[in-house]
Ligand binder design. Structure first.
Ligand SMILES: NC(=O)c1ccc[n+]([C@@H]2O[C@H](COP(=O)([O-])OP(=O)(O)OC[C@H]3O[C@@H](n4cnc5c(N)ncnc54)[C@H](OP(=O)(O)O)[C@@H]3O)[C@@H](O)[C@H]2O)c1
Length: 343
């Protein structure tokens, strides 16, 4: 098979090379999948540089999110959930390749009517945002939700989920293009958070459009950037602030007196660990997401301003992602035209 194999750590994505290595043999406990599209994540960039918390022994194939078709079922399983030819998406080490082996727990069926491209970016972002907003913050109709970096991977998922649950969404993003995208995916209001006065903008909106305690600010903050401390300036009584990530690169410190004074909750989520500590919630979260998909309330967020075709485009795709040039999910079409003809 062809794969972006890492034999030694590289300085950056543009040093990555595509090579030909043996296709994995069908396994007793795993499915063999023919990959059509691979999603990119910031942690892929850290991993190729040897800077990520999970570094397999060299050599290994980069990438983790993918969508494709089942090429072989686990030989030891008497009742496999998927059959040869089924369209699946999932995440496992080694997605920047034409083939990968994955256990059943890392696979889900591609939603009806979805392309491989959209499905390849679903496995990490959608459940993170659904788990955070629905299970951790208890979002409900009438809430006002502030989504930071709203045009990013988890951000665009959060905008759609909050809207589907009946909330009003204020989206922040750093460029006009990204703010337009957030609006296109349902945000009610957009704010440029590169302007330091953005919390004032949020307060003004809430004062003008909300009633009672809501006049002071939003009920939920969804923060993948590291902006909790500043966001505390524009929250309502009983607000929940979701700590999703630190895309700005700094783990911030928060003035806890504000947490007390405003009667608010700081709430973390580590989605990847639900499979270990809270498996029952994993099923509920996916049931919720597939429900929104079926009702047309959640759609794929694959980045469309540039296309990445073939494994040779993985370096450029990762460069664009790392350079903050993109919105939604940056997806590489691993097999090019062939993938389209199989939809
Ligand atoms: N808690 C969890 O379980 C979980 C799960 C998945 C992801 N995450 C984390 O969530 C964060 C966002 O993930 P994502 O997949 O949405 O990433 P992404 O698609 O790359 O989006 C990140 C966004 O952050 C904004 N940003 C602000 N400062 C930045 C900086 N210095 N460098 C790069 N981007 C910056 C950018 O928007 P603007 O250009 O508009 O500012 C960018 O669109 C990451 O830290 C990730 O590790 C957490």
């Amino acid at each position: 098979m062809r794969a972006v194999q890492v034999s030694e750590y590289v300085k950056g994505p543009l040093d990555l090379k595509v090579s030909t290595i043996p296709t994995p043999a069908p396994a007793a406990d795993k499915y063999l999948i023919e990959i059509h599209s691979a999603g990119t994540n910031f942690f892929d960039i850290l991993q190729i540089q040897g800077k990520y918390q999970h570094q397999p022994p060299l050599p290994w194939v980069g990438g983790s999110e993918f969508a494709g078709t089942i090429a072989a079922v686990p030989s030891a399983s008497s009742s496999p959930k998927f059959k040869v030819g089924d369209r699946v998406f999932g995440a496992i080490q080694g997605a920047y390749a034409t083939h990968v082996l994955a256990p059943e727990a890392s696979l889900l069926p591609v939603p009806q009517g979805w392309s491989f491209e959209d499905a390849a970016g679903l496995f990490v972002t959608a459940p993170t945002s659904y788990g955070a907003l629905v299970h951790r913050a208890g979002v409900k109709a009438g809430d006002w939700v502030l989504v930071h970096a709203a045009a990013g991977g988890v951000g665009l998922a959060a905008v759609q989920i909050a809207k589907a649950k009946g909330a009003t969404v204020i989206a922040t993003a750093g460029t006009q293009r990204k703010r337009d995208i957030a609006k296109e995916f349902g945000a009610d209001y957009v704010i440029d958070y590169t302007d330091k006065a953005w919390p004032e903008e949020v307060k003004k909106l809430c004062a003008a459009k909300r009633e009672g305690n809501g006049k002071a600010g939003v009920d939920i903050v969804y923060d993948p950037v590291g902006m909790i401390d500043t966001s505390l300036k524009c929250v309502a009584w009983n607000a929940r602030l979701l700590v999703i990530g630190f895309a700005a690169g700094k783990i911030e410190k928060v003035a806890l007196n504000r947490v007390l004074l405003k009667n608010v909750s700081l709430v973390g989520i580590h989605w990847g660990q639900y499979a270990r500590f809270e498996t029952e919630t994993v099923g509920e979260v996916w049931k919720g997401i597939f429900g929104l998909v079926a009702k047309g309330q959640f759609r794929g967020t694959a980045f469309k301003d540039e296309s990445f075709v073939g494994l040779e485009s993985v370096p450029r795709a990762l460069q664009a992602l790392g350079g903050r040039e993109t919105w939604g999910k940056v997806v590489v079409n691993v097999v090019g035209e062939k993938a389209k003809s199989r939809l």
